[in-house]
Design a protein around this ligand. Structure first.
Ligand code: SF4
Ligand code: SF4
Length: 476
């Protein structure tokens, strides 16, 4: 069978066409020292309209130190233009580690008999959510293994309902993003009706052969079904989807190109590109040794991937988890990351068991940044960032192409800044330590005057005052 590269096709092997990727990689290698082309691309990307996968691949391979410096500077400028100094906070919530798949890099794989299998009951979920609310979280990413018997769609839907229903003290989970296995259009429709924010699914690797080897058994083995999942999600009415690869599984250059081709496909064929891109790197876990994966990438390469992604897809939020150390997170925050997790537990039931060490036998991966949410918020404030607990867009119906057109027009910042300040204020009122309050109040006082629209600024000031008086949940 011959596959042709076709960005509009609904077939995985057409829109993620291996031949196109191979040619792109050759083109990038051939031009890695082509200063004229590289300078031209950097100059053109200054208009914040992004780059094609071929153009971005050239920048990723560029071996000219001064051009690389220019690239990093451009990534910083784009980050500043679209996201300012705001960083959105979230936490993962693991519902169940029952899984029928055989992913060789994940301890939840079906053949792992050493792991303690757990599935949260609705009562357990309440306890987890209360613990998360008491930390100050408002936005969750729901995670669960694939298991039609233990974790059917009905279980996921019921759990989402439970999560949204819990209001403990001033706490509330206002946005539930969902990271579950590739499923049917009908199930995606049900998730949409349940009020999810973003549907997240990592491709792991775009290389079909490597993909099939890494997923030897279970439904996830089906490359096409997995790769076409975002199209089905969008058909089911979910217009915010989150893509990502697990860097280290396969050659990073291949997956970088595949990721951008996937984004181009969604934009061309479905009318809107991915809402977010995640950039996880492989980590050690029970039964998993990252040294077995020979494609691991170093910190410099990782930083360059983040910077070139920022340049190539300026409108797409970028997420980094607690897989990465404080040092790495600090480095990539300025290069393009707009969302980070904090105080995360990567095991099932990890939040409610406060004070106890995380159960090593059910964690999906080792957490490198194990600070509490307050420590992460405090650290961000010390670095001059505004930690934001905003969830407004999805709740105001600003999703999909409506959201993207506001971002592209540069108008979304008019909402993001006041929302960041108001949700930070809520956090300071309800959950923060004394030192975090001091730093947070200072940044709010400084930043409130950066709201350019006079009317919005005055309303935001009033809301900040009302928050002190006990009212909650204001948004633009
Ligand atoms: Fe299951 Fe997901 Fe782990 Fe694969 S990565 S074994 S699908 S939980
Ligand atoms: Fe995100 Fe929208 Fe809030 Fe901005 S206003 S931080 S884009 S949810």
């Amino acid at each position: 069978m011959i596959f042709m590269y076709d960005v509009m096709s609904k077939k995985a092997e057409d829109f993620i066409n291996d031949e196109e990727i191979q040619q792109t990689l050759e083109y990038a290698q051939k031009n890695k020292s082509n200063r004229e082309l590289i300078e031209k691309l950097i100059e053109r990307a200054e208009d914040c309209k992004g780059l094609s996968h071929r153009e971005a691949a050239v920048l990723l391979d560029c071996d000219q130190p001064d051009s690389n410096e220019k690239m990093f500077a451009l990534a910083r400028r784009i980050k500043e233009k679209f996201y300012g100094n705001r960083i959105v906070m979230f936490a993962p919530l693991y519902l169940s580690n029952y899984c029928v798949n055989g992913c060789t890099y994940c301890p939840y794989h079906a053949k792992n008999k050493n792991i303690c299998r757990k599935k949260l009951t609705q009562e357990d979920i309440k306890r987890e959510v209360i613990a998360l609310q008491d930390m100050g979280h408002k936005r969750l990413a729901l995670e669960t293994g694939e298991d039609p018997v233990n974790n059917p769609i009905e279980y996921v839907l019921e759990s989402i309902n439970t999560i949204y229903s819990i209001k403990h003290k001033n706490g509330a989970i206002r946005r539930v993003n969902v990271n579950i296995a590739a499923t049917t259009v009908e199930n995606y429709r049900k998730l949409k009706e349940a009020g999810i924010g973003t549907y997240i699914l990592f491709q792991e690797t775009y290389n079909k052969k490597a993909y099939e080897e890494l997923h030897p058994t279970g439904p996830k083995h089906n490359y096409a079904y997995h790769t076409e999942a975002m199209d089905r999600a969008m058909e089911g009415g979910i217009d915010d989807v989150g893509c990502g690869v697990l860097f280290g599984l396969n050659l990073y250059r291949y997956d970088f190109v595949g990721l951008l081709m996937h984004a181009e496909h969604l934009e061309a064929a479905m009318g809107v590109g991915p809402h977010t891109i995640s950039v996880p790197r492989i980590r050690s876990a029970e039964d998993i040794n990252p040294e077995d994966f020979t494609n691991a990438i170093d910190d410099d390469t990782f930083a360059k991937i983040v910077a070139v992604l920022r340049i190539a897809v300026p409108y797409t939020g970028m997420i980094i988890s607690t897989r990465e150390s404080k040092k790495t997170r600090e480095r990539v925050l300025e290069l393009g990351i707009s969302q980070i997790s904090g105080g995360s537990k990567t095991s099932v039931g990890g939040y409610a068991d406060e004070g106890e060490p995380e159960d090593e036998h059910s964690a999906q991966f080792d957490v490198e940044d194990s600070r509490t949410l307050d420590e992460v918020v405090n650290w961000l404030l010390s670095l001059g960032y505004i930690p934001s607990f905003c969830t407004a867009c999805y709740r105001e119906g600003r999703t999909g192409d409506r959201f993207m057109s506001l971002v592209k027009a540069g108008q979304i910042a008019n909402c993001c800044l006041p929302n960041a300040l108001m949700t930070l204020k809520e956090y300071l009122e309800d959950y923060a330590s004394e030192d975090t309050v001091k730093k947070g109040e200072k940044i709010i006082a400084e930043q409130i005057n950066n709201i350019t629209n006079d009317k919005v600024r005055e309303i935001a000031k009033q809301h900040l005052f009302d928050l002190e008086g006990g009212q909650r949940d204001f948004r633009f």
